[in-house]
Design a protein around this ligand. Sequence first.
Ligand SMILES: NC(=O)c1ccc[n+]([C@@H]2O[C@H](COP(=O)([O-])OP(=O)(O)OC[C@H]3O[C@@H](n4cnc5c(N)ncnc54)[C@H](OP(=O)(O)O)[C@@H]3O)[C@@H](O)[C@H]2O)c1
Length: 286
Amino acid sequence: MTGENTTRTFGPTGRRVAAIGQGSWRIEESEADSAVAAMRRGLDLGLTHLDTAEMYGSGAAESIIAEAILGRRDEVFLVSKVLPSNASKHGTLAACEKSLARLRTDRLDCYLLHWRGAYPLEETIAAFDRLVRDGKILSWGVSNFDVADIDEVAAIAGAGHPACNQVLYHLQERAIEHAVLPWCQRHGTALVAYTPFGASTSPFDARTAQGKVLEEIAEAHRATARQVALRFLLRHLEVFVIPKASSIAHVAENAGAAGVELSAAELARIDAAFPRGRPRRGLPMI
Ligand SMILES: NC(=O)c1ccc[n+]([C@@H]2O[C@H](COP(=O)([O-])OP(=O)(O)OC[C@H]3O[C@@H](n4cnc5c(N)ncnc54)[C@H](OP(=O)(O)O)[C@@H]3O)[C@@H](O)[C@H]2O)c1
């Protein structure tokens, strides 16, 4: 297993961050104790990049993460997001304070604008700068930003910003490979892939043509189709994945992806089975 399989440099922050992390959307729908136990096992297995948002369960996901990271804050790269409807200057400052309180911590490692809304980017960025100066966030980024939007952010904030762009990216949705990923590669920005398993389970069903490809490659590595899928997304060193799992078995399987090394021929086979498609207008998002 190479170093880049487990941790990699998170954009301009220079921090080494777990390439495979843990999402938390809808985590509050699981029984709290088992969700916390699963997340803690994930931390044990190196899945220390935790993604949450004030939106998730209206703060409930952040409260569950607070339990999971109790006594372990320094192990974790903790990311939360401000809703666009709160992203005025004062609204962002207030939202961050509330997230910190729910997470029972004094700082976020990265704070994201969840998607672009009506408030001018200058206002949100001014708030992010203030939060950095106050030590409440160590870096900031964006989510669901297409190239024109992220260009605007870079023009306002200057080199080294944003730290990341968190976008929809899975085998059946590769639109970001056309322009957003190249932008991140040119600017040294981290690209965080959300919903890395996609909306459908068909790629993981060996009875489908696509599932058969993943299954055959997985078998050759004594791995699983989901592990192969994560590794395909991680083939670019700028990419991080944040699968959400609420059971120990799922967390362990996802962590196991770090040990899978795909050959160029296997990557090419997956590329052919899950075509990237043509560039489209607009960025796909959930
Ligand atoms: N920025 C944004 O706009 C945005 C949008 C969507 C998501 N996100 C973030 O990205 C994270 C991941 O995306 P997501 O939650 O939409 O989708 P996902 O991580 O691709 O998939 C989650 C689903 O996969 C299942 N799963 C996980 N590991 C599995 C395994 N090894 N075997 C079988 N099933 C497994 C989970 O089940 P169990 O829960 O039963 O384990 C859950 O049903 C979110 O949780 C959130 O933090 C961000």
